[in-house]
Design a protein around this ligand. Structure first.
Ligand code: COA
Length: 322
């Protein structure tokens, strides 16, 4: 049996930090409201001209260095994003050219905030099946470009960043299972109303922006994440106590805490970055993973449960031995 194992992790955040106090000067909000309802205190925002591919490239280089792999060894790049640099070529192709990994398969996956879990799951199949021997999996976003900065109900929630992992075959352990789901019936609760085929302005003449019914998203997120973590444990015949670390999507501290409660995990075993990163969509899980690895908290051999939920709705999980 061949597993796909994470050989190295990396991440990158834009330099500019936007605090809740600064947001108070933009919209009618307060540090207290944002921190209490979401757990967010600050987020990173890409500089003018700094793109998703820029952030992805930096994260990828760090993951490759951690894994000790050269660009020529990479035979697959899967990149989760909902904020690509261009409509085409894919951001994966842009990153591939910069890294000099030319010739291998490279494509984007759009599953909104679940993008990294979807990308990881796809790459896992390639490595397990023997089709790829060195896969680069990236989650990268510049959500700040998609926000209506006059809408306090959404602009306080998101941030920019990128995270990446290198997957290599391992005879002993690695990714044990992945579980992906989607339900397009919920599309109206969290979406961007414009695009290529629908037109770049909506009927109200609005351009690109995040439309969200926050309360309803919250409720479905908690319910579906509960279900997917139960599904993951059942599929592997493992008790809750087998998990060393929960590495959740970083949208809202209250959603994270609800999943931790379901798993009977103390918050000390949950990796939390939402306070400093905000919701970086597809980048949030690999950013949290890399931070936990580099700080020495997550160690080789630990059992990790990764999960995410996002627009679509999409949601998913991965159980892996690091
Ligand atoms: N600052 C101050 N007040 C705000 C605000 C802000 N940034 N945003 C909304 N409010 C107000 C609302 O207008 C509302 O006022 P009203 O009662 O006078 O109408 C009040 O706060 C409560 O709004 P509500 O939306 O019910 O708050 P909430 O407790 O549900 O928290 C979210 C809002 C968005 C933080 C929460 O619903 C959430 O996190 N949802 C999930 C979002 C998410 O995770 N999305 C991404 C999934 S990947």
């Amino acid at each position: 049996m061949t597993y796909a194992r994470i050989a190295g992790t990396g991440s990158h955040l834009p330099e500019r930090v936007l605090t809740n106090a600064e947001l108070e000067t933009l919209v009618d909000t307060s540090d207290e409201w944002i921190a209490e309802r979401t757990g967010i205190r600050q987020r990173h925002i890409a500089a003018p001209g700094e793109t998703t591919a820029d952030l992805a490239e930096q994260a990828a280089r760090k993951a490759m260095a951690a894994a000790g792999v050269e660009a020529a060894e990479i035979d697959l790049i899967v990149l989760g994003t909902t904020t690509p640099d261009l409509i085409f070529p894919s951001t994966a192709c842009l990153v591939q050219a910069r890294l000099g990994a030319n010739g291998c398969a490279a494509f984007d996956v759009n599953a909104a905030c679940s993008g990294f879990l979807y990308a990881l799951s796809v790459a896992n199949q390639f490595v397990r099946g023997g089709v790829a021997r060195c896969a680069l999996v990236i989650g990268a976003e510049t959500l700040s470009r998609m926000l209506d900065w006059s809408d306090r109900s959404t602009c306080v929630l998101f941030g920019d960043g990128a995270g990446a992992v290198v997957l290599k075959p391992d005879a002993e352990t690695g990714i044990l299972s992945t579980h992906l789901h989607a339900d397009g019936a919920y599309r109206h609760l969290l979406y961007n109303p414009v695009g290529v085929s629908a037109g770049f302005r909506d009927e109200k003449n609005h351009g690109v922006r995040v439309m969200m019914t926050g309360n309803d998203v919250f409720k479905v997120a908690v319910k579906t994440l509960d279900a997917v973590v139960e599904e993951t444990l059942a599929a592997n015949g493992l008790p809750k106590s087998a998990i060393d670390w929960l590495i959740p999507h970083q949208a809202n501290l209250r959603i994270i805490a609800a999943t931790a409660r379901r798993l009977e995990m103390p918050m000390e075993r949950v990796v939390v970055t939402v306070d400093r990163h905000g919701n970086t969509s597809a980048a949030s899980v690999p950013l949290a993973l890399d931070e936990a690895v580099r700080s020495g908290r997550v160690r080789r051999g630990d059992m990790l449960l990764l999960e995410a939920f996002g627009g679509g709705f999409t949601w998913g999980s991965a159980l892996l031995r690091f």
